[in-house]
Design a protein around this ligand. Structure first.
Ligand code: EPZ
Length: 421
């Protein structure tokens, strides 16, 4: 297993670009199952999860065609087998996003039920209940969701989500696009990645309104066609590099990104003492050599502070001036990075869903273990400011969501290299 070796090397300084957003690319790739014609997708990040999704679509009969500008062309009309096998779903729980499109386009789907994951139990009951409200008959047998649509076509429904769910909203949004009649999704998630998916579906011919608000209305259409669509920039990757600037007292400009989808994060960076400047497609955080100030954080659904930036801000608070409280309200087990940061000399105590962090002057390098995607990002940024060498193990986690992390950090002056395991 590959590892990363990182030696603290003072303030990070320079420019990097944001890749396409993983959490927009995954549902958009699955949405191609709805099309009757080629969908050409651009700005796709080169990540393990993208590869897994293309493999999943390939198993169903959809052959990816590589185009100019590194685009990928996919045609849902090629589907021959509406089956998502365990060995792929276990690698990536977002595979559940094929369920809605397969049911809506082909009236049948067998999808392995995602298991729990490091950050929480993460059930998909709201996905299944919503699809049942649209007329699907669903059973869970032998670890698989077996779903059928008597009569072959889903019908519009009024769905209220008990809990705000990102992929639940995405699954029903895709299903409703080809359903007979109107669907209203209430208490829907408002994440920018959902707006990106809806914009792509609209280019395929869908009739959607209210995306980006907590009430989305979809008037189903008979069929969806091909289109060309570029995936939005990754706001979490962008935020991670800006936190690295703030932690190291440096100055980092992230290009090919958007400030309007990062308001909660940028506000917290300013509170920590960073000077934030933005342009049409760039954001710069400049700490002017200062030590960050401790900032309190409470995660919640968009537009509030994203849970996917929580671990990075725990790391920032670990070297900040003062004491901070970080409250995680979305996932029940998303503090696995805390003990690893304490191994690097941080002073963090856990009280239920709250991390109480007393900033220290200096972290020290140590061998640490990545446990999930964002936890691994927090260990990597912490290592860029720690005295001495840090060895980060199990970095397959970070490869799932960060494209060329070491090359990009090297551009900012970090001393980081990958060693094959
Ligand atoms: C998406 O996961 C993201 N993944 C996650 O990013 C992100 O952390 C999460 O949204 C929250 O923003 C993708 O987009 C691929 P949820 P998702 O359904 O959709 C409960 C990363 O680091 N729930 O919004 O799986 C659930 O247990 C990843 O890139 C139910 O109870 O998250 C959780 O407590 C990690 N029943 C809460 O809702 C359901 O049917 C929110 O989860 C669905 C969800």
């Amino acid at each position: 297993m590959d590892k990363l070796i990182i030696t603290g090397n003072g303030p990070l300084d320079g420019e990097v670009w944001a890749s396409g957003a993983k959490n927009a690319a995954l549902p958009i790739l699955c949405a191609t199952l709805l099309s009757e014609g080629p969908v050409t997708i651009g700005n796709l990040p080169h990540l393990q999860d993208i590869t897994t999704t293309l493999e999943l679509l390939g198993r169903m009969g959809v052959e990816p065609v590589l185009g100019e500008r590194m685009t990928i062309q996919l045609d849902g009309a090629q589907v021959k087998d509406c089956h998502a096998p365990y060995e792929l779903v276990k690698k990536m729980r977002a595979s559940i996003l094929v369920l809605g499109p397969l049911l809506a386009h082909f009236g049948t789907a067998d999808v392995s039920l995602p298991g729990g994951c490091a950050i929480g139990s993460r059930p998909v009951d709201l996905h299944l209940r919503g699809l049942e409200a649209m007329g699907a008959e669903i059973s869970v047998e032998n670890g698989y969701v077996r779903a059928r649509v008597p009569g072959g076509r889903l019908k519009g429904a009024h769905v209220f989500f008990d809990t705000v769910t990102v992929t639940g909203t995405e699954n029903l949004l895709m299903a409703a696009s080809l359903a007979a009649g109107t669907t209203v999704l209430e208490n829907a998630a408002r994440e920018p990645e959902i707006v990106d998916l809806a914009d792509c579906l609209i280019k395929m011919g869908a009739n959607i309104s209210g995306h980006g608000t907590d009430t989305i209305t979809v008037v189903g259409v008979e069929r969806l066609h091909g289109c060309e669509y570029d995936v939005m920039p990754d706001r979490i990757e962008t935020g991670t590099f800006l936190v690295a600037a703030a932690m190291t007292g440096g100055r980092v400009r992230v290009r090919k990104t958007r400030a309007d989808i990062l308001e909660a994060v940028l506000a917290k960076l300013e509170e920590a003492g960073a000077s934030i400047t933005t342009g049409a497609d760039w954001i710069e955080a400049d700490m002017q050599g200062k030590r960050p100030r401790a900032v309190n954080i409470r995660t919640a659904p968009y537009p509030a502070f994203p849970t996917d930036m929580q671990a990075q801000f725990v790391a920032l608070n670990a070297v900040a001036q003062g004491t901070a409280r970080v409250v995680e309200t979305i996932f029940e087990n998303r503090f696995m990075h805390v003990q690893e940061l304490n191994r690097m000399g941080a002073n963090i105590a856990l009280e239920g869903n709250t991390a109480v962090i007393t900033g220290v002057e200096q972290l020290s390098g140590a061998p640490v273990m990545a446990t999930d995607l964002r936890a691994s990002a927090s260990l990597v940024v912490a290592a860029t400011i720690a005295r001495g060498e840090t060895l980060v193990d199990r970095i397959y986690h970070i490869d799932r969501g960060y494209e060329c992390i070491e090359e990009k950090l090297q551009l900012l002056g970090a001393k980081i290299r990958r060693v094959p395991g």
